[in-house]
Design a protein around this ligand. Structure first.
Ligand code: ATP
Ligand code: MG
Length: 439
């Protein structure tokens, strides 16, 4: 991994080329999170990075911020952007990451202390940043006295006080309630368009399509496994933008469709769909959500078929939320996803019409047939005289393929589905699987 400092002031502020990152895993092969990531940040633009959870967005941002050293590739930061802040880059985190024992003033000032700025200048710049971000009067408050919105303002002030050229924002509004988030977005856009901040470019990570369209000049679509930039959309809508404007809606729909796009064509019957191997991570979607989605799709006006973008809008779901549900239904062969169309399979229609027991039986059949991990756990329990097995046995197996977090989520998914289907039981206290009621 090389870090270069460019001289040309007009050149890109940040140029990421062929970035690759593997999280090491003691002895194992490691987890490839980023591969061949390329992106450019130019002066005067807000760029969105839109991708699903776990795709490596934070890893990319942390690499650009210099908080971690990527395994390979290069990150060039123009020398012109390097002022006070090391690298000229500041980052705002999703979780506000404030020190609870320090006041607002001290939390903001901290970054400058690290840079060795003299005390009087430090105080002046801190107060200016606090003022700019609308925290006037809260200088001596402690984080716990502040609302989420105010805390994120502290996070923003702390990022700005070092006068960076490049602001990296990692889902900065996602932990806030809807109204607070909107206020903060608007305030930030106002500061940006009035040129009140020293910032020359913002890279905004989000999984919220509307937020990206509202704020960005360019949106990069980031795909998963491994994370890479797979598409770019220019947003030419005039500012300020209005969410209800037809052109705004059309763009949101278009991006939605791009993110939900799958290779067209129905899956071949009898052939394993992608994501059906023993070592593939599962997303923990509750069976309530799965049956709710089957019901919503089966009911009119959908009658078994829907356009994913339209469905997302009807159910007020982000692509990030809807896609894992659609994928899980597809994995279980309760739905087929082709392009942006999702279609219930005949068993899903039967599931919709069945009573509670009928549903459980159908779910159990599909779980054992199409989720190899569920079948594997069941087989191990059947084979053992005790009909019991510690969960660590399966967790360790999974960790050969994926990170600890993913292994746990995969196990959580299979536990909740297996319990619902009554194909095995799991005791939380003992962390142990069993055939409670071997059949
Ligand atoms: P989210 O939208 O949930 O914030 P993200 O796109 O920011 O996700 P990252 O946090 O970059 O994704 O994580 C990408 C992958 O790397 C995930 O599989 C995660 O479990 C893994 N990962 C992240 N940090 C580490 C780490 N320090 N060690 C090992 N694996 C990690
Ligand atoms: Mg993240």
């Amino acid at each position: 991994m090389t870090l270069t400092l460019e001289r040309d002031a007009e050149a890109a502020l940040v140029e990421v080329k062929g970035l690759r990152h593997v999280y090491g895993k003691g002895g194992g092969a490691g987890l490839l999170v980023l591969e061949d990531v390329n992106l450019t940040l130019n002066p005067g633009e807000i760029v969105g990075l839109l991708g699903r959870s776990g795709s490596g967005k934070s890893t990319l941002l942390r690499s650009i911020a210099g908080l971690i050293t990527p395994t390979g590739g290069s990150i060039a930061i123009s020398e012109a952007s390097r002022q006070g802040a090391a690298r000229g880059v500041s980052m705002v985190f999703q979780s506000f990451a404030l020190f609870p024992w320090l006041t607002v003033l001290k939390n903001v000032e901290l970054g400058l202390e690290a840079q060795g700025v003299p005390a009087d200048i430090r105080r002046k710049r801190t107060l200016a940043a606090i003022d700019l971000i609308g925290l006037d009067g809260f200088e001596n408050a402690y984080p716990k006295e502040l609302s989420g919105g105010m805390r994120q303002r502290v996070g923003l002030a702390r990022a700005l006080v070092v006068q960076p050229s490049i602001l990296l924002m990692d889902e900065p509004f996602s932990a806030l309630d809807v109204l607070t988030a909107e206020t903060l977005r608007t305030d930030l856009l106002d500061l940006w368009s009035e040129g009140q901040m020293p910032i020359r470019s913002i890279l905004l990570v989000t999984h919220n399509i509307e937020e990206a369209v509202l704020m960005c000049d360019r949106i990069l679509i980031f795909s998963s496994n491994p994370g890479k930039v797979t598409g770019e959309i220019k947003v030419d809508l005039p500012r300020p933008r209005h969410r209800l404007h037809p052109a705004f809606r059309a763009l949101v729909d278009d991006i939605y469709a791009r993110m939900t796009a799958r290779p067209a064509g129905p899956p071949t019957p009898g052939m394993a769909a992608p994501g059906a191997g023993l070592g593939d991570a599962l997303t923990h979607i509750s069976t309530n959500t799965l049956s709710g989605m089957i019901e919503a799709l089966a009911a009119s006006p959908n009658n078994g078929v829907a356009d994913l973008a339209t469905l997302g809008r009807e159910l007020q779901m982000e692509a990030d939320e809807l896609l894992p549900i659609a994928e899980t239904l597809q994995l279980l062969r309760f739905a087929e996803v082709a392009g942006r169309t999702i279609r219930l399979t005949p068993p899903a229609r039967r599931y919709d019409a069945a009573d509670v027991d009928g549903r459980k039986q159908l779910f159990a059949q599909h779980l054992l047939a199409y989720v190899p991990l569920a079948a594997h756990i069941r087989r191990v329990l059947d084979d053992r005289a005790s009909h019991q097995a510690p969960a660590t046995r399966f967790r360790d197996e999974l960790e050969d393929f994926m990170s600890e977090d993913y292994a746990q989520e995969t196990l959580d998914a299979v536990v909740s589905w297996g319990r619902y289907a009554e194909i095995f039981a799991y005791d939380e206290d003992d962390d142990r699987f069993s055939l409670d009621d071997p059949t």
